[in-house]
Design a protein around this ligand. Sequence first.
Ligand code: NAP
Length: 247
Amino acid sequence: MVVTGGSRGIGAAVALKAAAAGYAVLVNYAGNAAAAGSVVERIRQAGGTADRVRGDVGSEADVEAIFAAADAMGPLSALINNAGVFDQPSLLADMTAERLERTFRINILGSFLCARAAARRMAQSRGGKGGSIVNLTSAAAKLGAGGENIDYAASKGAIDTFTIGLARELAADGVRVTAVRPGIIDTDIHASGGRPDRVAQMTPNLPMRRPGTADEVAEAILWLVSDSASYSTGTILDVSGGRAILP
Ligand code: NAP
């Protein structure tokens, strides 16, 4: 299994649970080698198989290198398209083209490039054995995040559509494509978007009066990626504690 952005947050939780479930896991990271190394070390100490690989999912050359590293671990059976970025709150009128390009490049192009690499390996019509891809979208795709992070929300809207389209494209090829749509999850992403106190501020207004945990999202991902979800494809599962559950 390749987990993009597996060094921290939801990706790290997925890597740890997947390894415990028996997957050999390749932990991809962008820059935090220590965090990725710690996930790999925890997996190995528990008797699992894991390795780490640096790579920017928004770079075609890096994605090729990530999947070459995965090939060295055995045939690919699963991709968790998890790496994503979230910028400072801003009105569209004040966003630079560089910011928009970065958000769309990592969140959209990155997911497409990784899924393409996985499809080339797993599609039965290309000699693969089938497999499963889980994308990370967001409740923001439904809410729009106007006045805050409209670029991020729209990038996740693209992932919703991508999930449905690719699911149909690969359905007869033995590859299922699904997604989870988290709400407010307590990870570093809020601080990296310039708001370390965002989760605490939002908590009183969340339906369950608490944020979700990375583990709670990882549980849903592990189910979707597994054979237990064998007739689910194109499925987008809300893991949002009741936030943004209406279409
Ligand atoms: P996080 O804690 O900020 O972790 C981000 C991970 O992505 C890190 O492992 C980071 O690697 C990696 N990464 C960042 N840019 C990358 C790039 N260009 N190439 C490869 N890896 C990259 O994020 P998270 O909260 O776990 O979010 C994971 C996914 O869930 C994202 O797609 C996010 O949009 C989505 N999501 C999160 C929430 C939430 O509330 N947390 C809600 C809805 C959706 P380094 O450690 O090397 O920096």
